[in-house]
Design a protein around this ligand. Structure first.
Ligand SMILES: Nc1ncnc2c1ncn2[C@@H]1O[C@H](COP(=O)(O)OP(=O)(O)OP(=O)(O)O)[C@@H](O)[C@H]1O
Length: 636
């Protein structure tokens, strides 16, 4: 594919053509470096979670050194909390606070040991089995399946029962819980590993000759860290609860202090009947608070590992959108630049199907990016509008915003997107609620995504995937009618309907691409947005698909917004072209005009940057001749 060479940028832009940081926003904070950048944003959830867990851990670590002997018996019997005994005493006069400090330490040790052992075992069996495959995987899977079908608690009771009560320390219980608690996590990790090992970057590492252990530790393991971290946290909470349960049944660490044994002795001492809340209340509360703290931290684990989930750090002004300045002249050629909507003839003709006015989209990250600046375009009914511009200029962001598919941190800060329905009504897309949007999308405006041929679900047949769309939007259609429609759209994109029951991997890249276009046409939409739909295809297949798009547009009359950085391709395909740079539409005119009389210097540079086989810039590299000269007046 033609890739326009980097062009001279305006002085305020780092990379020519790419969307620039919001100019009017306050100066961005210096990029955080090293470990600091890895930390999740501070949130009340994280703060409370850390405070709870650290408080309890400190209490368990230091408390036993500060309190007296938890087993010391006093003749004072059961007493309420007082200045001398802050948490009162048990029926034998033992200090509840001293017992609690030792019990927290014991339970934390159980949780920690089980967490580490269960996570290591599940990672070993799940990841190694999943990656190695074959006999290793079968053996490991067999073992984890056997562990899964054995009912957990009875097994724990039987194993714990084998060890005499006097030998049963916290570590025995921890070992038993770890042995019985890793299998479910191993299954999840195995499934994830099976999926990861087929990814391109793992295949690339394999082809590059990397050793197995390195592929597992460097390519696969980092992707599983969020999962492993949550599994660890879950294993710790589950172990503390299971230990409490076992001890409560009298099968716990009889010769150790844990929160479970404390509850066990409180129950045996009839604490509930004597209303001695200070005896059973504190251990119960500790378990609940520790579980709560770990769960709150768990929410932030994904943020630590996955940079995509890191939201901008909240500031006092975070809620107020930064003021949006009008788009600045680009390329130092403001005088030559035409108005952004110079080619806006569809509106004049009154046959517009989509009108975008003054649209601004900002990524509200730490260093906000104003990705779409004051864009105004009008799509005529049945028109093919090309959106051109080099990588990073904001094409995809614009397409997503038009379809309301943008997600935070992207935000439409101003502007309007109005759909003019063929039934006569106008639909303000930015005002639709979730349900209205669900009904609108695909039925009236569909999208073929970037890298579309990988958008098909690999484990579901083509028929089911097409059928799903019809089932969702047209529940009244019968099964036969749905099948007939699926076959019809496949025929439209020239894929043999006999392929309907195939799975995606049984089709070629070009066929998958056509299936995606068929899927976008299923509900007879009035507009299709195509975001680089042919990027991964070779030129011949690409050409075939482009011809299909033009033919289908002619037959069915839908309008297309076709996004690509390949301006030559757009010249052949589009009626009009909007050239984007750094978030702005710098030129917007009929394709022929763009080709013959480009007004903006950036457009001229783009046109000049693709090689010609026949002259200065005279002919298209694919056909050897201009479809514009062949088909006079075609692009309108
Ligand atoms: N999640 C995000 N957070 C912050 N900035 C983003 C995010 N996604 C995109 N951007 C920025 O928005 C700008 C526009 O990106 P966009 O993906 O829309 O460009 P594009 O023209 O479609 O590029 P390409 O052709 O390479 O897909 C770029 O500067 C990009 O760095």
């Amino acid at each position: 594919m033609t890739n326009p060479s980097p062009l001279a940028g305006s002085p305020d832009q780092g990379t020519p053509g790419q969307a620039a940081p919001v100019k009017s926003a306050p100066p961005p904070p210096a990029r955080e470096s090293g470990m600091r950048a890895l930390l999740p944003s501070w949130s009340p959830k994280l703060g409370i979670g850390l405070a709870l867990v650290l408080g309890i851990v400190l209490f368990g670590a230091l408390g036993p050194m500060l309190v007296g002997d938890p087993d010391a018996i006093n003749s004072i019997g059961m007493t309420e909390p007082s200045g001398e005994y802050w948490l009162g005493t048990t029926q034998t006069g033992q200090d509840v606070l001293a017992q609690l400090a030792h019990a927290v330490r014991g339970s934390l040790m159980v949780g920690l040991v089980v967490g580490i052992l269960a996570t290591v075992l599940s990672a070993l069996f799940g990841i190694i089995g999943g990656y190695a495959g074959g006999a290793v995987d079968e053996g490991f899977s067999l073992l984890s399946n056997v562990m899964l079908v054995i009912p957990g608690l009875p097994l724990v009771i039987v194993i714990a029962g084998f060890v005499p009560a006097q030998d049963r320390g916290w570590w025995t219980v921890a070992l038993v819980l770890a042995i019985t608690g890793w299998a479910a996590s191993a299954r999840v990790l195995r499934a994830q590993t099976l999926s990861l090992r087929n990814r391109d970057y793992v295949a690339a590492a394999r082809v590059a000759g990397e050793k197995r252990w390195r592929i597992i530790t460097v390519e696969i393991l980092p992707n599983l860290l969020p999962l492993l971290a949550s599994q660890f946290v879950f294993a710790v909470i589950a172990a503390i609860l299971a230990e409490a349960g076992l001890s409560f049944l009298g099968l716990g660490a009889a010769n150790s202090h844990t929160l479970g044994t404390m509850l066990y002795y409180a129950q045996n001492g009839f604490a509930l009947q004597y209303e001695a809340w200070w005896w059973f209340g504190p251990p119960g509360l500790m378990i609940a608070l520790f579980g709560c703290g770990l769960s709150l931290i768990n929410f932030s684990i994904d943020e630590i590992i996955n940079p995509k989930l890191r939201m901008p750090k909240a500031t006092g002004k975070a809620d107020a959108p930064p003021p949006v300045t009008p788009a600045a002249p680009v390329g130092g050629a403001a005088a030559e630049a035409p108005p952004a909507v110079a080619g806006d003839q569809a509106a004049e003709r009154g046959n517009a199907v989509l009108t975008v006015r003054g649209l601004n989209v900002v990524y509200r990250t730490d260093n906000p990016v104003h990705a779409v600046k004051d864009v105004s375009i009008t799509l005529g009914r049945g028109e093919i509008l090309g959106l051109a511009g080099e990588s990073g200029c904001g094409k995809t962001t614009l397409a997503y915003a038009v379809n309301r598919l943008h997600r935070p941190p992207a935000e439409v800060s101003s502007g309007s997107v109005v759909f003019h329905d063929r039934d006569g009504g106008d639909i303000d897309l930015l005002a639709l609620d979730a349900e209205e949007l669900r009904r609108f999308r695909w039925a009236k405006l569909s999208m073929v995504f970037q890298g579309a041929m990988n958008s098909l679900n690999p484990v579901i047949s083509i028929h089911e995937q097409l059928d799903d769309v019809l089932l969702t939007h047209k529940p009244d259609m019968s099964k036969e009618e749905r099948r007939a429609r699926c076959e019809e759209v496949l025929r439209l994109v020239r894929v043999d309907p006999a392929r309907l029951d195939s799975f995606p991997h049984e089709l070629s890249g070009g066929m998958r691409q056509r299936v995606m276009i068929a899927m976008a046409m299923l509900l007879d939409p009035q507009v299709m947005i195509m975001d680089e739909p042919t990027t991964a295809l070779d030129v011949v297949v690409q050409r075939g698909i482009l011809q299909e798009i033009i033919r289908l547009r002619d037959e069915l009359g839908f309008a297309v917004i076709f996004i690509t950085h390949d301006l030559p391709m757009l010249l052949e395909l589009s009626d009009r072209i909007a050239v984007m740079r750094a978030g702005e539409v710098v030129e917007y005119a009929p394709a022929r005009e763009i080709y013959e009389r480009p007004k903006h210097p950036y457009t001229r540079q783009l046109l000049g940057s693709f090689p010609s086989l026949t002259g200065e810039r005279g002919a298209f590299i694919r056909t050897g001749e201009s479809s514009l000269t062949k088909n006079e007046g075609a692009p309108q």
